[in-house]
Ligand binder design. Structure first.
Ligand SMILES: [Mn+2]
Length: 90
């Protein structure tokens, strides 16, 4: 079985962007067991500008995109997704 990557190394961009004294976002220190079925998350993020976070589990992190408009049930609808830094699974 493949060893989980060391979160401290692969999440440096995530950690460098945050002050964990003032954010409640996870520090990426909680060990999350790999899943047999890769996880995903879609979050509505009421930030300075409302957007949606799309996260897909890969190699022990969530590959992440900021999506400017909400999900649609119509597969013909297109959405702009901007890649952002990898996020921790926790
Ligand atoms: Mn976001």
């Amino acid at each position: 079985m493949r060893e989980p990557p060391i979160a401290g190394d692969i999440l440096s961009a995530y950690k460098n962007k945050r002050d964990f004294r003032s954010t409640r976002e996870p520090r990426g220190k909680t060990h999350v067991m790999p899943s047999k079925r890769p996880r995903f998350a879609i979050q509505k993020h009421d930030a300075t500008r409302l957007h949606y976070d799309l996260r897909l589990e890969l190699d022990g992190v969530f590959k992440s995109w900021a999506v400017t408009r909400g999900p649609s049930l119509d597969p013909r609808d297109k959405r702009l997704a901007i890649e952002v830094e990898d996020h921790p699974l926790d």
